[in-house]
Each structure stands twice: as structure tokens, then as C-alpha cells.
Write a protein that binds this ligand. Structure first.
Ligand code: Z5A
Length: 213
């Protein structure tokens, strides 16, 4: 299939993924290629409906495996309706979170056996793997502070995952770094403690270098 590029951004709460995903999409557009900015959970009508259930905490009662399955039902729809058609058109897809988040949140931090997650990846994702993944790294405490400041400015309560313990969030950080270490050809760790502009410049320089542009 003619392929565009599939780029994902990963990391803990408040790491700046959404901010950087938008900037990256805008910069890619200057190359004159079609771009698509999307997110997980979500990115298709069915996946967005599942997102609402997952983030409300209503799916917590199904346990970690039940939640992981729901993330994968959403991902299946997102891949089928949004990501694969865009890649087939030659678009560059920028996705705010993808499968590494399931590995970190439901797997390493949530206790779902990695063999179960591997099986779901094979069945649902198959060959549609990211070409490049930016892991935005910063101490969990700093990310939670940023997320809390934003929530208080927007007058919003913490969602299902934001409300987890600081220990849970630190274990996420370790897992994302381990994923990057295990797949250095796909992943680039970005120091997300710096101002947004410096982070964006680092992401762009890394993309240029990795894609040999
Ligand atoms: N989840 C899961 O468990 N399993 C899965 O498979 C998937 C997801 C796919 C989705 O929530 C939740 O689903 C997520 C994991 C779980 N956990 N939670 N919660 P979401 O999409 O609502 O939220 P998020 O993905 O965690 O992102 P976030 O908390 O919105 O943060 P962010 O996108 O990384 O950051 P941001 O929105 O760009 O920035 C946060 C604030 O910091 C904001 O006020 C910015 O203006 C500010 N900011 C951004 N960059 C900087 C810098 N560089 N310096 C200072 N301040 C900054």
C-alpha cells in the first residue's frame, strides 16, 4: 500500500503531547504534504464514544483487561476509518498517544500481562506501526502540576487516569523510557522540561534527521 508517515507522541500527563502534536502538524504541512492530526483514545466516531466512557472512569469496573480491550476496540475503529485510509492516500498522520500508552498504562502500570497486549497489537494493529514515536519525558510531578494548572484554569475535575497516585505516574515514565530503549530505531526521547518552543525545535530537528529530509 502506498504509505504516508505515521508519527506518534507519547508520555505521561501534562508532558505537552497535544501542544507539540499541533505544532508538528503545522510544520509538516509546510513540506506540502497532506497531514492529519488525530488522538487516542478517539479519532473516529465510535472511538470518541468509547473515549468518553474510558475517561469518565465508568469502565474501571471491568478491570484492567476490560479497559485494555476497550482501548483496542477504539483503536480498531480509529485504524480502519481514519489512520489506514490517510496513510494509503500518502498523508502524514500525527497521533497524540497510540499503542505505547496501552503498554504503559494498562500493561506496566495497570498489570495487564504483556503477552495479552502483544496479542492485541498483532490482531488489531498488525503492520500499521508508527514510523516514528516521540516520547516526551519529564518528571511525573512536573507533568501533574501542569495538568492540574490547566484543569483549574478550565474548571475541570481530574479524569480516571489523572486521578491515579504519583507512584503510578512515575512507573509510566519508566515504562515509556524502557519502550524507547527497546526500540531506538522507532523512538526518540525528547526532554519535555524545556519551554514549548525548544521542545518543538528538537522534535522537528529529530524528524528531519530520522526521515533523512
Ligand atoms: N490512555 C490509556 O490509559 N491507554 C491508552 O492506550 C491510551 C490512553 C491511548 C487520555 O487522556 C488518557 O487515556 C490518558 C492515558 C489514557 N491519561 N490521562 N489522563 P487525555 O487525552 O485527556 O490526556 P493526556 O493524553 O494525558 O494528555 P494531557 O494531560 O492533556 O497532556 P499533554 O497533551 O501531554 O499536554 P498539553 O495538553 O499539551 O499541555 C498540558 C499543559 O501544560 C497545558 O496547559 C499546556 O499549555 C502546558 N504546557 C505544554 N507544554 C509546556 C511546556 N513545554 N512548558 C510548560 N507548560 C507547557
Amino acid at each position: 500500500m502506498p504509505l504516508g508517515k505515521f508519527i506518534t507522541l507519547e508520555g505521561g500527563e501534562g508532558a505537552g503531547k497535544s501542544t507539540q502534536a499541533k505544532t508538528l502538524r503545522d510544520r509538516i504541512a509546510t513540506l506540502g504534504v497532506e497531514t492529519l492530526l488525530t488522538r487516542e483514545p478517539g479519532g473516529s466516531p465510535r472511538a470518541e464514544a468509547i473515549r468518553a466512557v474510558l475517561l469518565s472512569g465508568k469502565a474501571k469496573r471491568y478491570g484492567p483487561i476490560g479497559e485494555a480491550l476497550l482501548f483496542y476496540v477504539a483503536r480498531d475503529s480509529h485504524l480502519e476509518l481514519t489512520i489506514r485510509p490517510a496513510l494509503a492516500r500518502g498523508a502524514w498522520v500525527v497521533c497524540d498517544r497510540f499503542h505505547d500508552s496501552t503498554r504503559a498504562y494498562q500493561g506496566a502500570a495497570g498489570g495487564v500481562p504483556i503477552a495479552a497486549i502483544d496479542a492485541l497489537e498483532r490482531i488489531v494493529i498488525g503492520p500499521t506501526r508508527p514510523d516514528l514515536t516521540f516520547i516526551l519525558d519529564l518528571p511525573a510531578e512536573e507533568g501533574l502540576k501542569r495538568a492540574a494548572a490547566r484543569a483549574s484554569a478550565d474548571n475541570q475535575a481530574a479524569d480516571r487516569f489523572e486521578a491515579m497516585s504519583p507512584r503510578f505516574h512515575e512507573s509510566l515514565r519508566r515504562e515509556f523510557l524502557e519502550i524507547a530503549q527497546a526500540e531506538p530505531w522507532r523512538c526518540a526521547v525528547i526532554d519535555a522540561t524545556r519551554p514549548a518552543q525548544a521542545v518543538a525545535d528538537d522534535i522537528w530537528a529529530t524528524l528531519i534527521q530520522r526521515f533523512d529530509l
